[in-house]
Design a binder for this molecule. Structure first.
Ligand SMILES: NC(=O)c1ccc[n+]([C@@H]2O[C@H](COP(=O)([O-])OP(=O)(O)OC[C@H]3O[C@@H](n4cnc5c(N)ncnc54)[C@H](OP(=O)(O)O)[C@@H]3O)[C@@H](O)[C@H]2O)c1
Length: 344
């Protein structure tokens, strides 16, 4: 980020996992702030990113005087983005939203700064942060796409419970504790116990008319990848699975290209790309792990290999912290890019 001459009044909406990480990252990166205002559903004091902080109740007037609002306040009708997002824009606040409510809205750029920052030039004051599993996949695909042109993507995900917010982390911890005591705990936000399980159900089956049988997380990966890569017909298919891991999502990606690409070139392209780290020494059991990625900023790629069953096709393994690059970090990077581009 270039040095900014201005300091900004910044709002963080939501004090859950992503809201807390937004506060931590804004401070870690010395975001140029004159004020940091944290909002949630109720007014209180709360320990956030190592400090007791005042949290105020979200309402239209709570945005008064802000330059930027970073939303992480739940999706849907009762979520903060639907209730207050566009009101804040009307009141002159630049909004970046983590949720899915407006990602496919034609007024709203869907941005990974390293991939499609140029999409921000047509903004109407509201930018959407892509879905966590989409961000890490597209960040890794983009340099390969620029080189060889993607023809088709097949992805299977292994997503951590932190993707469900604080309730997911709590459910897995309660189930572990219960098992240690020889009892059982509630399934929490999941249809079944997540401990010792893999659940091939993330999101809802409702309103997926164009994709019968797909859950909404899978549809997000398909639609959002097409929007970010600006190719509405790009063939993409996804199977999203929740696994009993606390932090970081993992993905097995199979990608077919229009043109020839070899493993060495793919490794070089990825190694040179901003925000990507290649860990690819399978002979020494070195590849990306969710436990290594947790708390860090990179998108990690490894196990890069040619798929012998199809021409011009690679398989690789991709891991990233879903709360950082998959949510809060990408959101802050969008705000930083908006400042660099003179949009705020
Ligand atoms: N977790 C992830 O991996 C991830 C990744 C990408 C995007 N996201 C998105 O980011 C958002 C937050 O996720 P999270 O994991 O932080 O969830 P979370 O831990 O459940 O926290 C949700 C926060 O939203 C607040 N909230 C709910 N309704 C609100 C409203 N109407 N006005 C203001 N605040 C409201 C809650 O307030 P109270 O504290 O007062 O209850 C809570 O602080 C969601 O939209 C989610 O889809 C999450």
């Amino acid at each position: 980020m270039k040095l900014s001459e201005k300091n900004y009044k910044v709002g963080v909406v939501g004090a859950g996992l992503v809201g807390e990480e937004l506060v931590r990252i804004l401070e870690e990166r010395n975001f140029p702030m004159l004020e940091l205002r944290v909002m949630a559903t109720s007014c209180r004091e709360q320990e956030i990113a190592g400090k007791k902080r005042k949290v105020i109740e979200t309402c239209r007037s709570a945005f008064e005087g802000l330059d930027i609002a970073l939303f992480a306040g739940t999706e849907g009708d009762s979520g903060a983005a639907q209730l207050y997002g566009w009101q804040a824009v009307e009141d002159g606040v630049f909004v970046v939203d983590n949720g899915s409510d407006f990602r496919m809205d034609s007024r709203v750029p869907l941005v990974i700064p390293e991939v499609n920052a140029e999409a921000m030039s047509n903004h109407e004051g509201f930018i959407a942060n892509p879905n966590c599993s989409t961000i890490q996949m597209v960040a890794a695909l983009a340099p390969l796409h620029r080189h060889a042109g993607i023809k088709r993507v097949v992805v299977s995900t292994y997503q951590s419970v932190s993707g469900t917010g604080r309730s997911g982390i709590r459910a897995l911890a309660d189930q572990r504790n219960a098992l240690a005591k020889g009892s059982t705990a509630d399934a929490g936000p999941y249809p079944y116990q997540i401990l010792n399980n893999c659940l091939p159900e993330i999101g809802s089956l409702k309103s997926q008319d164009n994709y019968p049988g797909y859950f909404s997380e899978e549809v997000k990966m398909i639609d959002e990848t097409r929007k970010i890569l600006d190719d509405p017909e790009l063939p993409v298919t996804a199977t999203c699975v929740r696994v009993p891991v606390d932090m970081s999502h993992s993905e097995a990606i199979n990608v077919e290209f229009e043109n020839q690409i070899d493993v060495k070139t793919a490794r070089e392209l990825l190694s040179r790309s901003e925000g990507i780290e290649v860990r690819d020494e399978p002979e020494n059991s070195k590849y990306p792990l969710p436990s290594d990625a947790a708390g860090t900023d990179a998108v990690y790629v490894g196990r890069i290999r040619l798929d012998p069953s199809r021409p011009n096709t690679l398989d690789f393994w991709c891991v990233s912290d879903n709360i950082r690059k998959g949510a809060a970090l990408n959101t802050v990077q969008i705000a930083e890019k908006a400042i660099d581009l003179g949009l705020i």
